[in-house]
Design a binder for this molecule. Structure first.
Ligand code: COI
Length: 352
């Protein structure tokens, strides 16, 4: 099916961008792409100037939380090739989130058409180097003007863009949260719903008080198993060369696309990897005894970020990895994939 997209141009010319000093998530595209679901089908799509929404005060998502999002990146290689990284995997995860929140699926060709049109109109946002990217924010929420707990019948799916530099510009230490939990089995921890982030914010102040920049979440039932950071997935590097990351089997961890990419890159480079249950005890004992040599995080926004220390039960455990670290190697392999110097799966590169 081809989607009819109405178009309205922005009134002002594109702004100049200071590529070396791009903040994360504060500069937005001139256009936004919108698609409306009503009467049981997707029936209106638009590309229009980026502007505020007018929302009915009873908008269902604001009260009952049917709201989700994705985060992807588009890049430009030195030879001018422009692409989105692993678009289909993000689209698949978006629809897993939608299914969990009882929202209708978004047809892949609608998603692709909106995104392609948006990126073509916003060509000035493509950065000159791979140090910067276009962060793509698709989001999707229930719009019924109705007070009552039932599945909404109308929805808005939208995509905007944001030119970005690094998400973290300072070293990152992690606060291990032992009271609150992020996700429980059977809940929504493995999907990208907006509310997951809202319930996790309460730990930020504690993390800051402990001079940490992220929270490391433990499982909700026993507070024993490591799950993920507040902004990314977690990896551990052991002295014997094994690289481990928590398994997705409990259904409480987001199946990070960068997590999956880094696992594949490490395997391709011959590193033994394991996705399994990892207890906080094993981690702390590993740091203390020197058998755990490195901790790092992975995410679309963060890419690959070494963790400098863990704060657990009132004590700080510093991590001082030998150079060059696996995190650095994984990061270099990731960027070489983006640069087109290596290829793992050709369909990960969605060319524009
Ligand atoms: C992403 O990595 O895309 C996220 O949504 C996480 C957030 C910290 C920006």
């Amino acid at each position: 099916m081809s989607w009819l997209i109405s178009y309205e141009a922005p009134a002002t010319p594109p702004p100049a961008l200071d590529w070396e000093r791009l903040p994360f998530g504060r500069i937005f595209s001139q256009h936004i792409a919108l698609a409306y679901f009503q009467n049981g089908k997707w029936d209106e799509a638009r590309l229009q100037p980026f502007q505020d929404f007018r929302l009915h005060p009873a908008t269902h998502a604001l009260h009952y939380g049917q709201a989700l999002f994705e985060g992807m990146k588009a890049y430009q290689r030195p030879d001018g090739t422009r692409f989105v990284f692993r678009l289909e995997d993000h689209a698949r995860r978006l629809n897993l989130s939608a299914a969990r929140l009882s929202m209708p699926p978004i047809p892949l060709d609608l998603f692709e058409t909106l995104l392609r049109e948006l990126l073509l109109k916003e060509s000035y946002l493509f950065p000159p180097t791979l140090k910067q990217a276009i962060y793509i924010r698709p989001f999707y929420f229930a719009t019924d003007p109705y007070v009552g707990v039932r599945t909404s019948e109308s929805y808005l799916f939208a995509i905007f863009l944001s030119p970005v530099g690094p998400y973290y510009t300072q070293p990152v230490a992690a606060y291990v949260e032992t009271e609150y939990s992020r996700a429980a089995p059977g809940g929504t921890g493995n999907v990208k719903m907006a509310g997951n982030y809202a319930t996790a914010l309460i730990s930020n102040a504690r993390a800051q008080a402990a001079d940490c920049q992220v929270t490391l979440w433990l499982d909700a039932c026993e507070k024993r198993w490591v799950e993920e950071f507040s902004t990314m997935n977690v990896f551990f590097v052991w002295k014997d060369g094994r690289v481990t990351t928590p398994s997705l089997e409990r259904g409480t961890i987001l199946a990070g696309v960068t997590r999956d990419t880094i696992l594949a890159l490490l395997q391709a480079a011959g590193h033994p990897t394991e996705a399994r249950d990892i207890s906080i005890q094993e981690v702390i004992e590993g740091i203390t005894s020197g058998t755990l040599v490195e901790v790092f995080g992975t995410g679309t926004a963060a890419t690959v970020i070494p963790i400098t220390a863990l704060h657990y039960q009132g004590k700080r455990y510093e991590l001082s990895a030998a150079q060059p670290t696996i995190a650095e190697k994984a990061r270099a392999a990731y960027y070489s994939l983006l640069a087109g110097e290596t290829t793992l799966q050709p369909d990960w590169i969605w060319k524009i």
